[in-house]
Design a protein around this ligand. Structure first.
Ligand SMILES: *[C@@H]1O[C@H](CO)[C@@H](O)[C@H](O)[C@H]1NC(C)=O
Ligand SMILES: *[C@@H]1O[C@H](CO)[C@@H](O)[C@H](O)[C@H]1NC(C)=O
Ligand SMILES: *[C@@H]1O[C@H](CO)[C@@H](O)[C@H](O)[C@H]1NC(C)=O
Ligand SMILES: *[C@@H]1O[C@H](CO)[C@@H](O)[C@H](O)[C@H]1NC(C)=O
Length: 796
């Protein structure tokens, strides 16, 4: 098909040609024909013969034909009938487009004579096209606050038909807000306009879908539709609105910093920036802005610092929500702080009485008050101390307490109490406060000094230097300070026979004991006294202890020869008959030693003799016997020197001179006694008595020695069990065997022997044995157990 754009100028050319022809062929009658479009080909349009008023035969005779200058020929002439027939189907829209009427000019040419008759064919429109919208969908944006009756232009539909067959009416489907006006342009074309019936609200309905229908005027009418999408354009016509105008929240007072209090939320019905909300605190007070912060986007209210019920119980926070268009809304958040047990009790000590004396009874030691800042049960408190102390708590007023002693205090057991006062509240969790009080106990003089031993035994060697330290006593006092300061003193003896204070002194500070004088074992073997220890308290307390001093022997006495008398003035002569057999007992040297023990064990030795070999000396008993028969050559007067030696360290010795007369037959001994020449007979009997008594004494000694050994063995056994060793007890040396019933004294029985001279008869007096006995009745029982030998021998 040819495009219409080309056909239109073609038609104009044809028209121009026609106009020229009309001018040229002036009186020619135009032949008019019309036909509806879309008629079948070969259908008749009209009859040329009739139109020209010619006979049918005349047409062929005159050589009639149809011409259309240079254009496509749509018609053909039936020359026999004169009918004008369509060569083909005609489409008005193709031939003429929108031009109306659609006229196709042509000429009827008669050749004989030449005659050109212009003619035209009108193509009549039929409604063969429906209206069509160029776009099937239209988008329309309308601000939501546009006033009613506002008009919005729409694209029109296109209908290729013309005239009544073109678009006649536009309609839109029924809508609450819109209708369509059909307008007519100056050229008669119709176009639609959208009319707003009612104000739009985007928040109510943001979008409308309309169907626009264009209807033409054909019969039957044809229509075309298009969709209209109406978008309602938002304007900021809504303020933000909070979900709740008021929020009530509770937060515990221990909520940490940055913890969420509440999230507020506001809604804005607008969209876009008009609906974008930001939250902010309305600055009501410095305190609130320091305590809370709000997230502008999320509306979360968080803590900026810790809250404290004890300071502020509730807050009222105003929050503002602002949208992008500047509209704002407000809400109030009431924040209640919940009280928690977050305050421990407090304890205020108002007085402390320390130290307190140990004899205190129900004395107030401390006064204090307790308090708790929490409220309710959380602020109620109980107060206690530990159980194991002699103190109790007393409450006089509410929350006022006194700490009172309750029970026996003894500084010597415990001089300090750490008392922990515990105050606990009744909240949950329970909080407690502890306070430690140190109560010192001061001393009271309630303890006497105590000696380390109830009795002391001290040993001292005789012949000590004056002011000799012999030992010390010691007492301790469990008290403290001057109450524990011990002062030592000597108590005067109960029996006044010993001048104690001239013997002994004590250092009052340290209890050291000194012997003031040199002591002689041979004079005093033991003594005892009482020491006292007193403390410095007021009143002072004291105690006593017994001190026994045992004097130990030293070898300070040489043996003393009792017989024979060693005074030069009274020589003793022993008579030996010349007929004496060997082994004849000539005499016995009797010696004593005032020392004790080993120091008094004596041995005898013949050191010099007139006729050596005539006499022998028994070393251990002092017996002098003849060693051989006496010959005539032996001198009458024999002089023997005997060394008497004790067993001390070093040993002491004495020389004794022995005069022996060898006589023929046993006659009266020559005894020259200086002051008793007249009492010769008495002297003779004295000699006999002396011999008898010596023999009996020897016997007694034998018995005693056996007894001693028995006792000694028994005592050693006892000592071994007691662990007590009174004296050094060396074994008895063999060459000192002390038997034989002579006058030699054993180590156990120590005789003080002196030769008295008052009666002038050479009287031997065996005085009381020096038993180491103590001056008082409490003398050592060990010593008392020794069998005393209370015997006196009166000789002569
Ligand atoms: C257009 O159509 C509507 C609805 O069908 C009708 O009410 C109206 O009268 C018509 N307008 C014209 C000019 O025919
Ligand atoms: C009491 O506490 C003090 C320190 O506070 C301590 O030095 C002392 O040893 C304690 N005493 C007792 C008996 O616990
Ligand atoms: C109090 O004393 C107790 C036990 O001696 C100790 O455990 C505690 O820590 C002390 N309290 C204070 C506050 O010193
Ligand atoms: C002999 O000595 C003893 C002791 O030494 C003495 O007691 C006595 O008087 C003396 N006799 C004479 C006569 O000198």
């Amino acid at each position: 098909m040819e495009p219409r754009e080309e056909s239109i100028p073609l038609q104009r050319q044809v028209l121009l040609l026609l106009v020229l022809l009309c001018v040229y062929v002036s009186a020619s009658e135009p032949g008019r024909f019309s036909v509806a479009e879309e008629m079948e080909s070969r259908s008749s349009v009209g009859n040329v013969a009739k139109a020209l008023g010619l006979e049918v035969g005349e047409l062929s005779a005159r050589g009639a034909r149809i011409t259309s200058k240079g254009k496509k020929q749509h018609l053909q002439l039936n020359i026999q009938t004169g009918d004008l027939l369509l060569k083909e189907k005609l489409d008005r829209e193709e031939l003429c487009g929108p031009a109306d009427p659609c006229v196709l000019p042509f000429q009827i040419l008669l050749e004989n004579p030449l005659h050109i008759i212009p003619a035209e064919l009108r193509v009549l429109d039929i409604n063969d096209h429906a209206p069509m919208f160029p776009d099937s969908e239209m988008l329309l944006k309308i601000r939501e606050n546009s006033p009613p009756e506002s008009l919005f232009s729409l694209k029109n539909a296109i209908d290729l038909d013309v005239g009544i067959n073109n678009v006649q009416n536009y309609t839109v489907n029924p809508s609450s807000h819109f209708r369509v006006h059909t307008r007519t342009r100056s050229d008669g074309r119709k176009y639609p306009e959208l009319v707003l019936d009612k104000t739009l609200d985007r928040e109510e309905q943001p979008e409308f879908a309309l169907t626009l229908t264009a209807v033409d005027g054909g019969s039957p009418p044809k229509s075309g539709t298009a969709q209209i999408r109406v978008l309602v354009v938002d304007i900021n016509d809504n303020t933000p609105v909070f979900a709740q105008p008021q929020y009530e929240v509770q937060i515990p007072e221990d909520s940490p910093i940055d913890s969420l209090v509440v999230t507020v939320s506001a809604r804005d019905l607008d969209i876009g920036s008009n609906g974008e909300i930001s939250y902010a605190l309305i600055q009501s007070s410095e305190e609130i802005s320091q305590t809370f912060k709000v997230n502008p986007f999320s509306g979360e209210i968080r803590l900026k610092k810790q809250v404290d019920f004890e300071m502020i119980q509730s807050y009222e926070v105003d929050i503002e929500a602002t949208d992008g268009g500047g509209l704002s809304g407000k809400c109030t958040v009431r924040i209640h702080v919940m009280d928690l047990n977050d305050n421990p009790p407090e304890l205020a000590l108002s007085s402390l009485n320390s130290p307190i004396p140990e004899d205190s009874f129900q004395v107030v030691v401390a006064v204090f008050s307790i308090s708790d800042r929490d409220s309710g049960d959380k602020g109620k408190m109980v107060c206690s101390i530990q159980d194991n102390v002699p103190f109790i708590l007393k409450s006089s007023l509410e929350n006022f307490y006194t700490l009172v002693t309750d029970g026996v205090l003894d500084r010597e057991i415990r001089d300090e109490y750490n008392i922990t006062i515990t105050v606990t509240d009744l909240g949950s969790p329970r909080l407690k406060t502890e306070q430690n009080i140190t109560v010192l106990i001061s001393d009271v003089n309630d303890n006497s000094p105590v000696f380390t031993q109830t009795a002391y035994t001290l040993y001292l060697r005789e012949n000590n230097s004056p002011a000799f330290y012999i030992g010390s006593v010691s007492a301790s006092d469990r008290d403290w300070g001057s109450n524990a300061k011990v002062i030592y003193s000597l108590l005067p003896p109960k029996t006044g026979d010993l001048p104690l204070f001239s013997y002994i002194s004590i250092n009052s500070d340290n209890g050291h004991l000194y012997v003031l004088r040199s002591l002689d074992y041979e004079v005093i073997q033991a003594f005892q006294f009482t020491v006292r220890a007193a403390d410095g308290g007021s009143p002072s307390l004291s105690s006593q202890a017994l001190v026994q001093v045992l004097v130990e022997d030293e070898n300070d006495n040489s043996p003393f020869v009792l017989y024979p008398l060693q005074n030069g003035t009274a020589p003793c002569n022993d008579l030996v008959p010349r007929a004496a057999e060997p082994g004849y007992l000539v005499t016995k040297v009797v010696a004593v030693d005032r020392d004790w023990g080993q120091n008094s064990w004596l041995s005898y030795q013949l050191t010099k003799a007139t006729n050596p070999g005539l006499f022998t000396m028994w070393a251990h008993n002092g017996e002098v016997r003849t060693a051989r028969p006496i010959s005539d050559r032996d001198a009458i007067k024999q002089r023997l020197l005997v060394l008497v030696k004790d067993n001390g360290q070093p040993p002491l010795s004495t020389m004794a001179t022995l005069n022996v007369l060898l006589v023929d037959g046993f006659s009266e001994p020559y005894l020259q006694l200086p002051d008793a020449p007249k009492e010769q007979a008495q002297t003779d009997s004295l000699t006999i008595y002396l011999v008898i008594s010596l023999a009996s004494v020897s016997f007694l000694f034998l018995v005693s020695v056996i007894l001693f050994i028995a006792v000694h063995l028994w005592k050693r056994k006892k000592n071994a069990t007691d662990g007590l060793q009174l004296r050094p007890n060396s074994s008895f040396p063999g060459h000192f065997v002390n038997v034989g019933g002579t006058g030699t004294l054993s180590q156990s029985y120590h005789y003080e022997v002196c030769l008295t001279n008052d009666s002038g008869t050479g009287e031997f007096k065996f005085l009381k044995p020096i038993i180491p006995s103590l001056p008082t009745q409490d003398s050592g029982r060990d010593l008392e157990e020794s069998p005393p030998l209370q015997e006196s021998f009166w000789l002569g």
